[in-house]
Design a protein around this ligand. Structure first.
Ligand code: SAM
Length: 257
């Protein structure tokens, strides 16, 4: 199955919807609003002057938000539409980001540049069949002692929604709409893989990274799943049998010197 082309087509379609959505609010972003949340801002600290690689950057709002904080940024994404929009935003804002349209595995095979920080976040791992290869791309892109930061939706929620927690040999292939408020219900075929927490952590360790921090969160900044409830000052929560479901996790890791 040509999963890359299937997902690329879906993300090209989704991006067109996303740039006009309130969810991504491009106008507010252009007016100076950051797309970054406290979770990644607190975890990553000061990025000024650092070379930062953003994997699966979508149409670049987070990448450009890091640039506004003084980082020297490169974003990589599979979607032609996303990279076109990211370049448009970059020009409109007079920033100096580099955006590369590529599958991250292919990027890893061709890239020789080294970065101080690699960042990836919110809905990235399910599109990747092989996390060992993913972790090697990260390790090979980092300078010795460089930092990796992942903020991801918690797989616990996938389990409660009826998906596998543990990795499967076959991916899920489904027709899905997108998660922004302005989608008209149009669906696209998408191919995704389940990845357990131990799979993520072990892939990073095996690639030569030391995990320095692992956190789980009860609140998500995004209203992008069914059944979420907004709690003022905190974000979105989900209850299961009256208990809070972990909605996000975050990993900070460092490439061994
Ligand atoms: C949910 S988005 C990431 C969210 C991002 N934090 C945001 O909202 O701005 C997932 C992104 O992964 C990209 N993607 C999926 N498979 C990929 C691959 N194999 N290589 C590179 N990018 C990929 C998609 O094009 C999409 O832009």
């Amino acid at each position: 199955m040509d999963y890359l082309n299937i997902n690329k087509e879906a993300w090209d379609k989704r991006t067109k919807v996303h740039v006009d959505s309130k969810f991504y609010d491009v106008e507010a972003f252009k007016d100076g609003k950051s797309s970054l949340n406290n979770v990644e801002l607190e975890q990553m600290g000061d990025v000024k002057g650092k070379k930062l690689l953003h994997l699966q950057c979508h149409f670049g709002q987070d990448t450009l938000s890091w640039a506004r904080q003084g980082a020297i940024v490169t974003g990589v994404d599979l979607s032609t539409e996303a990279i076109e929009q990211a370049n448009k935003l970059n020009s409109a804002l007079g920033l100096d980001a580099t955006f590369i349209e590529k599958d991250i595995y292919q990027f890893g095979n061709e890239n020789s540049e080294k970065f101080d920080v690699v960042y990836t976040s919110y809905g990235v791992l399910c599109w990747l069949p092989d996390l060992s290869q993913w972790a090697n791309v990260i390790a090979n892109s980092l300078v010795s002692g460089g930092e990796f930061h992942l903020v991801e939706f918690h797989t616990f929620n996938d389990l409660l929604s009826g998906y596998s927690y543990f990795p499967c040999t076959e991916p899920d292939v489904e027709d899905e709409g997108t998660y922004t408020e302005n989608c008209d219900g149009e669906k696209s075929k998408m191919v995704t893989w389940a990845h357990s927490l131990s799979e993520v952590i072990n892939a990073l360790i095996t690639a030569g990274l030391t995990i320095e921090q692992f956190k789980e969160y009860r609140y998500s900044p995004y209203n992008c799943f069914e059944g979420l409830e907004f709690i003022a000052g905190k974000g979105y929560q989900m209850l299961h049998k009256e208990q809070q479901v972990p909605l996000l996790y975050a990993i900070k890791a460092r490439k061994n010197s």
